[in-house]
Ligand binder design. Structure first.
Ligand code: GAL
Length: 368
């Protein structure tokens, strides 16, 4: 029949219109977030690198079911110029089919973050790594590098940072505040001393590049009791041995760092696995501390559970003053791939921060 001839052109036209309509102009925290192919973005526990006018979002690629809590594929990358619409750039770091490889398929590879090293011109990816079949006992930091932002990244090594090193203490730190491995005072000090010879445990993590080009790795250590902030080597692929312990004994996870007006800020969570808890924030005038604890930055209903999410990154919006986006994951461990993203603007009250829930918002909130 003749009218069949119109079906294909009509279908093509409708799908073009459909695509134009799906161009996003706002954020809807917690909703399905379709990429350029209409597929929910798969980049959990992620972070964003702004590079040559483009944002690159790296995160854990999850699969369906609870198997999705392990790394079956690798680290997924997306790119965007406007932060609302994301193009699928594919897998930037793949797990290995070799079961003896550190990043073997089925291992746990979490919270990947990428930074760019201006001197070496390499993109450096850090992540939390748990070896295949060993649960969460390995507690290692892993690193991979690439010449191209989207990858493929080449796995370099994984290890526990800073073996044989004592923490750095800023001048005037009272002797009583320093860890004493002859007679450790607390549980967390005992874990620190136990692990000193082989390196400190490294789980939930982020990396941060300061204005002077120095990079830092911040990670949950000492059986998750204490957060370490450690300096990376000039090429960003190793640790120098200089580090501090932050909020000792209080179980901080999911750290995210940013800097505003010369002040360092960190947002993190408590330690309750996939279940949400209250966020916490800290600030410091020097990266080496002292870091001051300020409690929960979230306000309003569900603020005690971070609206169901857990921090993963704070994104400075390029070209806008005081524009920082709090990025959190709403985990769905029974069907890991369905995890949602909660992005919310951070507001400043002087040097203090606040986060409030918004069903829908766009970057114009930053035009004050
Ligand atoms: C969370 C952590 C996640 C993941 C999870 C496993 O507390 O932030 O990255 O490790 O525990 O239970």
């Amino acid at each position: 029949m003749k009218y069949y001839r119109f079906l294909l052109p009509a279908f093509l036209l409708l799908s073009i219109i459909g695509r134009a309509q799906t161009k996003l102009t706002s954020f809807s925290p917690g909703a399905i977030w379709p990429d350029d192919k209409g597929v929910h973005i798969n980049a959990h526990g992620g972070g964003i690198l702004y590079d040559n006018g483009v944002y690159y979002w790296f995160g854990e690629h999850k699969i369906t079911g609870d198997a999705g809590n392990r790394a079956m594929v690798g680290v997924h990358c997306y790119s965007s110029k406007d932060l609302y619409n994301w193009k699928d750039e594919g897998i930037s770091l793949s797990v290995s089919p070799d079961a003896t490889n550190d990043i073997a398929k089925g291992c746990i590879l979490e919270r990947p973050k990428v930074i760019y090293n201006k001197k070496t011109k390499k993109y450096v990816m850090w992540f939390h790594l748990e070896l295949l079949g060993k649960g969460y006992s390995a507690a290692r930091a892993g690193v991979a590098v690439s010449d191209k932002v989207t990858g493929p990244y080449k796995f370099v090594k994984s290890y526990r940072p800073n073996p044989g090193q004592m923490p750095f203490y800023p001048a005037l730190t009272p002797e009583g505040d320093k860890v004493n491995c002859v007679n450790p005072a607390t549980e967390t000090d005992k874990f620190f001393c136990r692990d000193m010879p082989g390196g400190q445990m490294a789980r939930d993590m982020t990396v941060f590049v300061d204005d002077d080009g120095k990079a830092y790795h911040v990670f949950s250590s000492e059986e998750n009791y204490t957060l370490d902030l450690a300096e990376l080597t000039p090429d960003y692929t190793g640790h120098t041995g200089k580090f501090i312990r932050i909020y000792i004994g209080h179980q901080t996870e999911a750290p995210a760092l940013f800097k505003r007006n010369g002040i360092y800020y960190m947002i993190g969570s408590g330690c309750t696995g996939w279940a949400p808890n209250a966020a916490r924030w800290f600030s410091a005038k020097s990266i080496w501390g002292p870091w001051t604890y300020h409690g929960n930055p979230c306000q309003g209903p569900d603020s005690k559970i971070t609206y169901g999410g857990q921090s993963t990154h704070v994104l400075p919006v390029a070209g806008k003053k005081d524009a920082f986006i709090f990025m959190a994951d709403k985990w769905t461990p029974k069907d890991a791939i369905d995890g949602r993203y909660l992005w919310l603007p951070i507001s400043f009250k002087g040097d203090d921060i606040e986060i409030s829930w918004m069903d829908n918002w766009n970057l114009s909130v930053f035009n004050k």
